[in-house]
Design a protein around this ligand. Structure first.
Ligand code: SF4
Length: 336
């Protein structure tokens, strides 16, 4: 999300330069993929409240001249976002109420989630945190200090999740400092990182990041976010190999999105590509009802039917669990 806390150094690494060069203007994105903005129903108003942001390496994977390209649909602000739909709200998961300390979200037993930054390398139109109040939630260096102090004081926490925004948007020194502090807490045993950067900007997984994450005693789990097999090109495959060599368990979570991946063939191709890359398809989320994203909704009966088709066509290890997050529940709800 674009309300980024200022955690980045001046662009010096390749990924930082690529991020600085990301596309931020709908007309420029349309031109880059050979489309007329009127043809794709893009909207300035939707982009005002949640701006377009997409790195060029991700744009390069879009099909030119296709207004229905599944990667384009995930990032282009469209007029449909301006519709007010009953049941779609600013904070669909009630996360503001789950803030246990500045920058620290507590939802599930034994785990705490650190909001490392409000920034992302891409603004996904369906994001459940698209209106999250990062500025007042403590996703700042000082807030994170307080959040880490709260983790240190709570021996019931065995796993820390770095999230955001996208935690890998923070620079290597800052990330390395967080890992060093967690390493020194004997009760913390696992470090989980939720990130879309290795998919949308794979150059982020460079030697500096490997050094920042690699020296830790903590068991590492990296949860990627890819929704369509066309997102997973050779550069992403190389980034995944570097993450796996940390070592880390690498998982993927996807969101079921109308017009993007709501077909059994696309979901099966996504799972098969992930497995080829050494990534376990972990979760397939049904859409969180965030304001502005109703046009991505896939009815639950349809989601269940798609999941049944996946089970009938793939080995069990390649079938992600179909889940919904319900505020206040002690765990994700397994739909299938
Ligand atoms: S879905 Fe993830 S990468 Fe996309 S905008 Fe939301 S937090 Fe950022």
């Amino acid at each position: 999300m674009s309300t980024a806390a200022p955690l980045r150094a001046a662009p010096s690494a390749r990924w930082q330069r690529e991020l600085a060069d990301a596309i931020r203007d709908p007309a420029e994105l349309c031109a880059a993929v050979g489309l007329d903005p009127r043809e794709v129903g893009t909207s300035g108003a939707a982009g005002d409240s949640f701006p377009l942001l997409v790195p060029r390496p991700f744009v390069a994977r879009m099909r030119r001249g296709d207004p229905h390209d599944p990667l384009l649909l995930q990032v282009l602000p469209r007029a449909a976002e301006e519709r007010d739909v009953a049941g779609y709200t600013a904070d669909p998961l009630g996360e503001s109420a789950a803030l246990a300390a500045p920058g620290l979200v507590r939802k599930y037993a034994g785990r705490a989630l650190v909001l490392v930054t409000g920034g992302c390398a891409v603004n996904c139109r369906y994001c459940f945190r698209r209106e999250f109040p990062y500025a007042t939630s403590g996703a700042t260096r000082r807030g994170i200090d307080e959040g880490l102090a709260a983790i240190a004081a709570d021996p019931s926490l065995s796993e820390v999740i770095l999230s955001g925004g996208d935690p890998l948007l923070a620079d290597d020194g800052f990330l390395g400092g967080i890992v060093t502090r967690l390493d020194a807490m004997p009760h913390v045993r696992r470090l989980r990182i939720h990130t879309r950067l290795p998919v949308v900007l794979p150059s982020r997984v460079d030697a500096g990041l490997v050094a920042a994450l690699g020296a830790s005693r903590l068991a590492r789990v990296v949860v990627l976010h890819a929704n369509h097999p066309a997102e997973l090109d050779d550069a992403v495959a190389a980034a995944v190999r570097r993450l796996a060599a940390l070592p880390a368990i690498v998982l993927n979570q996807a969101v079921l999105l109308a017009g993007v991946n709501d077909s059994a063939a696309v979901l099966a191709a996504l799972s098969q590509r992930l497995v080829e890359l050494g990534v376990v398809p972990y979760y397939l989320h049904v859409l969180d009802h965030v304001r502005g994203a109703a046009h991505f909704e896939v009815a639950e009966q349809r989601a269940l039917a798609l999941h049944r088709e996946l089970r009938e066509s793939l080995p069990g290890y390649a079938v992600p669990r179909l889940v919904r997050e319900v505020p206040g529940e002690p765990a994700k709800v397994w739909l299938a």
